[in-house]
Write a protein that binds this ligand. Structure first.
Ligand code: NAD
Length: 286
């Protein structure tokens, strides 16, 4: 039976560290990390996420600024707001909540963010940095997966890692992060032939497909580490991951639950990225 990785506990640990380091940054260098969260429109899930991020930022001792803009906001005026935040000395991290309304091109908006303030790690400069192993902000959810592995004492080097899902926000950046940590990485997607056979090769199996309980027990190698990024709401309102938990837990050595696994790590990593942006900004004297 697998050991369950407690994402809530690990996220609390990270957040406590961020809080302590924030206090130190304030005392030693007079810098308070500032996070601006921008929400356009009324998407209910986005409103909840943004609320959690603002609360977490305040708890960490950050300055938290929120911009709740109407759905009709034009791409031009959103870019102007972002440009203003780029220029603001009290803001070190800018997060534009996705998805944006259809008339706004998210790529254009993301490219407007100063890469040093791009604490979501979505700007092409930061993605390029990940690709080439240079410093820069890393996307929060995949970074959270790496942190869970590290803090659970699970070695990555030399392991066979299989990721189900190739999105720009989870699957692809996670593949690069695991590669940079010397795993042998396979990325699966909807057109992968015999997914089960590929998944069974994994020492570290990550499910990030957004398909409720699609990873069954027989896709898990005995002793594998199973990380479930998926968040799916079933018809009865229950939240489940992409992994059939009980079946997979019977074969895995470690497994993350949903909820309470990868989910809480995303915000913890956002806080850490913002703290690091604030501390580097000060150092650069900018
Ligand atoms: P996405 O829809 O952008 O990408 C899904 C990927 O999975 C695609 O690359 C697709 O090819 C692949 N895929 C889908 N069905 C498949 C199948 N049957 N077999 C093989 N591959 C398949 O999704 P995303 O944004 O990467 O999110 C994935 C999941 O992770 C979602 O459930 C989402 O809610 C969750 N998520 C959680 C967090 C968090 O924990 N904070 C953050 C982001 C996303």
């Amino acid at each position: 039976m697998a050991e369950v990785i407690d994402g809530n506990r690990i996220a609390r640990e990270v957040r406590a560290e961020v809080r302590a380091q924030t206090l130190e940054l304030k005392e030693k260098r007079g810098i308070t990390p500032g996070l601006a969260v921008v929400l356009v429109g009324e998407d209910p899930a986005s409103k909840i996420y943004v609320g959690h991020k603002e609360k977490a930022a305040a708890e960490a001792g950050f300055l938290s600024r929120e911009y709740r803009l109407p759905a009709e906001t034009t791409e031009g005026s959103l870019r102007e707001i972002v440009a203003g935040l780029n220029a603001s000395p009290e803001i070190h991290g800018i997060l534009v909540q996705l998805p944006l309304p259809k008339h706004i091109n998210p790529d254009v908006v993301i490219e407007t963010i100063d890469p040093r303030k791009d604490v979501d790690g979505f700007h092409p400069v930061n993605i390029g940095g990940l690709f080439t192993g240079r410093p820069g902000h890393r996307a929060c959810t995949p970074l959270g997966v790496i942190e869970l592995l590290d803090r659970s004492g699970i070695a990555i080097e030399g392991k066979e890692a299989v990721i189900v899902g190739r999105s720009n926000i989870v699957g692809k950046p996670l593949a690069l992060m695991l590669l940079n940590r010397h795993a042998t990485v396979t990325i699966c997607h909807t057109r992968t032939r015999d997914l089960a056979a590929v998944a069974r090769r994994a020492d570290i199996l990550v499910a990030a497909a957004g398909r409720a309980e699609m990873v069954r027990g027989d896709m898990v190698k005995e002793g594998a580490v199973v990380i479930d990024v998926g968040i799916n709401r079933k018809a009865d309102g229950k939240l489940v991951g992409d992994v059939a938990f009980a079946e997979a837990a019977a074969r895995a050595s470690y497994i993350t639950p949903v909820p309470g696994g990868v989910g809480p790590m995303t915000i913890a990593m956002l806080l850490r990225n913002t703290l690091s942006a604030a501390s580097l900004w000060g150092e650069a004297g900018a």
